[in-house]
Design a protein around this ligand. Structure first.
Ligand code: OTD
Ligand code: ZN
Ligand code: ZN
Length: 345
């Protein structure tokens, strides 16, 4: 199949960036790089510097293009949006509600405060990427996406009908329905939300490596996501949301949110698509609809996935504590072959 891209990825910075980037580079040609560093990537100057650090971390001889994003705050100016558009390398602006997920303390406290910025984004056609969850403490954890759509997304689309939006990491049938019903909106879907429902979080014990935000939902929602991903509708495309945390940050009395899937993302998606006999829909989901939405050329290089059984490592090197990949220790049924293996096949 055509080499895919990852339209939602956390690469972190420094030694962590160097540890995880080779996994993504092995699988994907490009990625939309999330801006939730500490402190976040808020200006075009921040994004340029971060992009240089990502480029410097690419393993020698490998090709990879980081597509940068800005972190929207209450103080982002319309002028920064114009500069972002002119930069060519900033491809989107990311909205996090303050406090919604890892490193989101700088996030927006009230969406309507950003209307001048949304106006500028609509004007220059800069996509808005949404972490679509409310943070109101009176809203149940499992309803936060649905309530975000009702309270914030529908009014936003009424104010800015031509603003192009990606509802990131959709987790519910409500989100799928909404994305299908509205114009100028697409959605990314993670491997964990296609493969697991919320039961896995508490299967006989607390399993922190399946904890991410938005949290896994009921089986009916997983089924709706799998149906959307395999429907051939270009509004749904690949975004892993691979979010590395060191083992000690996850296995803790106050464990961080985030699943690490960059190691084996394509294998995980392939398994999900195969489970509903939809392998023929994988290439467009992984390699066509994302670049089409972002108005970028599709990749021309090919990759090969083979039917092979292998065991996901218990841990990969990352800080002094290591990183536990999604489904660590379990068997996978597909494997991405490197170019020489694929030729020999
Ligand atoms: N979700 N963890 C992180 C981000 C995502 O909401 C997200 O995009 C992270 O660690 O950066 C997570 O669970
Ligand atoms: Zn998010
Ligand atoms: Zn994310």
């Amino acid at each position: 199949m055509t080499r895919p891209d990852d339209w939602h990825l956390h690469l972190r910075d420094g030694a962590s960036l160097k540890a995880v980037l080779p996994h993504t580079v092995r699988q994907f040609a490009r990625a939309i790089v999330m801006p939730n560093l500490k402190p976040p990537v808020r200006s075009v100057a921040d994004a340029a510097a971060y992009r240089d650090r990502v480029l410097a971390a690419i393993p020698a001889g490998k090709q990879f293009e980081p597509l940068m994003t800005l972190y929207l705050t209450d103080n982002t100016s319309p002028e920064e949006i114009i500069r972002a558009k002119e930069s060519q390398f900033v491809k989107a602006v990311k909205y996090y509600p303050a406090g919604a997920t890892t490193n989101s303390d700088f996030g927006v406290t009230d969406m309507s405060k950003c209307d001048r910025v949304f106006e500028a984004m609509q004007q220059v056609d800069m996509p808005l990427l949404l972490h679509g969850e409310v943070t109101a403490q009176d809203v149940d954890m499992f309803d936060r996406e649905k309530v975000f759509i009702e309270r914030h997304l529908i009014p936003l689309k009424q104010r800015f009908p031509n603003l192009r939006v990606v509802l990131e990491h959709v987790t519910t049938s409500d989100a799928v329905q909404y994305v299908l019903s509205a114009n100028n909106i697409a959605a990314t879907i993670t491997p964990q939300h296609l493969l697991f429902n919320r039961n896995i979080l508490l299967q006989g014990a607390i399993r922190p490596h399946f904890y991410c935000l938005p949290i896994l939902k009921r089986e009916e929602h997983r089924k709706a996501l799998l149906q959307a991903a395999t429907s051939g509708n270009p509004k749904f495309f690949l975004g892993t949301d691979s979010a590395p945390h060191p083992r000690n940050g996850k296995e803790s009395s106050c464990g961080c949110a985030g699943c690490y899937s960059a190691l084996h993302a394509m294998e995980l998606y392939t398994e999900a698509f195969e489970s509903v006999d939809a392998l023929d829909k994988l290439e467009a989901f992984a390699s066509f609809y994302g670049p089409d939405f972002y108005q970028l050329p599709r990749n021309t290089e090919q990759i090969t996935l083979g039917r092979t059984t292998w065991r996901v490592p218990d841990e990969v090197p990352f800080t002094e504590f290591g990183l536990v990949p999604l489904r660590a220790g379990q068997e996978m049924t597909w494997q991405m072959l490197d170019a020489s293996m694929a030729e020999a096949n």
